[in-house]
Design a protein around this ligand. Structure first.
Ligand code: SAM
Length: 232
């Protein structure tokens, strides 16, 4: 049985402090983030010429799930969370080798106090996820617009997001308040709840953590209402 030792080459910095609430695929929320090269890989030579690409593939570890192992069959949200299919027929986060892949937008490459930083947007990764490899996205071979994707042909349906009066006022006193409000709107419009909760009465209070804020919300008549924003 072939085995290979691999090590992280970078780490990602994203607004997402926990898995709950992260979009299910990249590009659904254009949250700004960074990739910081680590260890012996933190050298400009590794990324020389990378700025010629607008998008990159990130291969990364679903490191927060590794200890929970994997099963041959999983219940994808797209099937309502009750039907099972093979893990290789899904983008499940519980998989052999625990490797994820995401195509993301590259904005710029910087060297700051000997730290190589790639400014990236659209990641679907929890903050500090280990990055295992970085590759250019090549439209001529990676963009297959006539590909069939079965149950996952379309991007997920969006949900309307409203803000309580208090929350709307809170953004006015924040630096980049409008940008933060837009990020919250984009994230929650994905309706992060488990599939089996949708289209049913649900009066649970939910919370997501973005940057160092805890954002409270609930579902009111099939729309999401943001009702609290507290700095951690
Ligand atoms: N685009 C990648 C892929 O297809 O392999 C990831 C798709 S996966 C469904 C996206 C989810 O992975 C996010 O919504 C989040 O819940 C989870 N996730 C992100 N970073 C993670 C990490 N470091 N460990 C475990 N789960 C993570």
């Amino acid at each position: 049985m072939f085995t290979q030792t691999i090590e992280a080459v970078a780490v990602c910095k994203t607004p997402y402090q926990q898995k709950f609430g992260i979009p299910r695929q990249p590009g659904l929320v254009d949250a700004q983030g960074q990739i910081k090269l680590t260890g012996d890989y933190n050298h400009p030579d590794f990324v020389q010429g990378i700025e010629q690409y607008s998008h990159l593939w990130l291969l990364f570890s679903f490191h927060e799930n590794l200890e929970q192992g994997f099963k041959a069959k999983v219940r994808p949200p797209r099937l309502g969370g009750n039907e099972k299919i093979g893990v290789f027929a899904t983008r499940s986060t519980f998989r052999p080798n625990g490797i994820g892949q995401s195509v993301v937008r590259l904005h710029q490459v910087r060297l700051e106090a000997n730290q190589v930083i790639l400014d990236i947007s659209g990641m679907d990764l929890v903050n500090n996820t280990p990055i295992l490899d970085i590759k250019p996205y090549l439209p001529f071979s990676d963009s297959l617009t006539n590909a069939k994707a079965g149950m996952a042909q379309e991007s997920p349906e969006l949900c309307s997001v409203n803000f309580s009066k208090e929350c709307s006022i809170a953004f006015e006193s924040m630096t980049n308040g409008d940008e933060f409000k837009r990020l919250i709107e984009q994230v929650l419009s994905q309706d992060p709840r488990p599939a089996y909760k949708k289209n049913k009465h649900d009066d649970k209070d939910y919370f997501i953590s973005l940057y160092n804020y805890n954002i409270g919300w609930k579902v009111v008549e099939n729309q999401i209402l943001v009702n609290s924003i507290n700095a951690d």
